[in-house]
Design a binder for this molecule. Structure first.
Ligand code: PLP
Length: 400
């Protein structure tokens, strides 16, 4: 049976490893070494471009994890980084130069907004932010010097869904590189390469690792672009440690089952919140009445484990509610097996201006949940008791 016929659950366990290999260790060994011995200088020259020269250039443990992710994303190749932000910054620095321009969607991770709006201008690279699902605005923002179209879907934290085919077509028409942060979706729920997107980025810290015990980043996509980014990774030194790569690989083996459970749990929680009188608004693309539900269901096989909601009350009500939860731990981050709660104005989007947050619809009342793999009824009971701490009540929540 050819490998490419395998489904995502199988790919998550087997990666791109050679299935006919015999007598090797089942688990990938950790090559916990910074350097590799060579027999002579000629061999050293040949080794320079391999993953057995110097770990800043590459490492065999990392290669196995990179191959597994490339397989899951239907991509030519993938690269690991020390963090999601390292993947984003190293890739963008590799792809654009002084005088060039980026078009980026407004609803993206706060750290990325900061990099694009506060750091890249120092290097003479300007970014125009456009409304995420206003595609005419994207087209109007493109200039002769535009090089990159940067997107995220579903978005953090309001879970907007981007029409991937439409955006990739626009990028191709204008000869732009398209790059997506697909962290929330995971390759189980969405494979942007299949919609024509050139580069797919993940904070591997989240679902791919899956246990809130490592920091990592990934870029997968077109081989020529991956080669260019690899050179930058070597120069900037944003590589991942092989021990963390081992943990990431172990996490990936259970990715499909974790994400399937998180899809189910998050949908149950979203439906509960959408019917609760102390909730003003719920953001989850697979919930009934969500304006982008049809698009979401066309491009994603599940809504993912993250959802957000606005408490019908004050910012203080939102804080009290987050602190009153027992099963949702108050902590930044998402994507692990444990359920987490956070308030975006205090965490993921604390580093950007109130004006930028307002344009993204991020209010003080907004609470983000990362739903884990616990029992959904237990999670709902926990939310039910915590919602009693808020002061007001209404009939129905708005969705999306
Ligand atoms: C959607 C998204 N992209 C990127 C990042 C950055 O990833 P990291 O924290 O691994 O650098 C995060 C972190 O929260 C995120 O949520």
């Amino acid at each position: 049976m050819k490998k490419h016929q395998h489904r995502q659950e199988t790919k998550a366990v087997h990666g791109r490893a050679d299935l006919s290999k015999k007598n090797g260790p089942l688990a990938t060994p950790i090559y916990q070494t910074s350097t590799f011995e060579v027999t002579d200088n000629d061999q050293q020259l040949r080794a320079t471009h391999t993953d057995m020269f110097y770990t800043r250039y590459g490492n065999p443990t990392n290669t196995v994890a990179e191959a597994a992710i490339a397989e899951l994303e239907s991509a030519d190749a993938a690269l690991l980084f020390a963090s999601g932000m390292a993947a984003i910054t190293t890739s963008i620095l590799a792809l654009v130069k002084t005088g060039e321009h980026i078009v980026a969607q407004r609803d993206i991770y706060g750290g990325t907004t900061k990099f694009l709006s506060q750091w890249l201008p120092k290097l003479g690279v300007e970014t125009t932010f456009v409304d995420t699902v206003e595609y005419e605005q994207h087209a109007r923002a493109i200039r002769p010097n535009t090089k990159l179209l940067y997107l995220e879907s579903p978005t953090n934290p309001t879970l907007k869904v981007v029409d991937l085919r439409r955006v990739s077509t626009l990028a191709k028409q204008h000869n732009l590189i398209s790059m997506i942060d697909s962290t929330f979706a995971t390759p189980i729920n969405q494979r942007p390469v299949e919609f024509g997107i050139d580069l797919v980025m993940h904070s591997g810290t989240k679902y791919l690792g899956g246990h809130s015990d490592l920091i990592s980043g990934i870029i997968a996509g077109r081989r020529d672009l991956i080669q260019t980014i690899h050179e930058s990774r070597t120069t900037l030194g944003s590589c991942m440690d092989p021990h963390a790569a081992f943990l990431l690989l172990r996490g990936i083996k259970t990715l499909a089952v974790r994400v399937q459970r998180q899809n189910e749990n998050a949908l149950r929680v979203a439906e509960f919140l959408a019917g609760h009188r102390r909730v003003r608004r719920v953001y989850y693309p697979f919930v009934e009445r969500h304006p982008q539900r049809t698009l979401a269901m066309e491009q994603m096989s599940g809504g993912g484990g993250v959802l957000s909601f606005e408490v019908d009350g004050s910012g203080d009500d939102a804080r009290h509610l987050a602190e009153a939860l027992h099963l949702f731990t108050l902590a930044p981050s998402l994507g692990g097996v444990d359920s987490l709660v956070s308030i975006p104005v205090l965490t993921s989007h604390a580093m950007i201006s109130p004006e930028q947050r307002q344009k993204m619809g991020i209010t003080e009342q907004l609470i983000r949940l990362s739903v884990g793999i616990e029992n959904a009824d237990d999670l709902i009971s926990d939310l039910e008791q915590a919602l009693t701490v808020t002061s007001t009540a209404r009939q129905h929540a708005q969705v999306g």
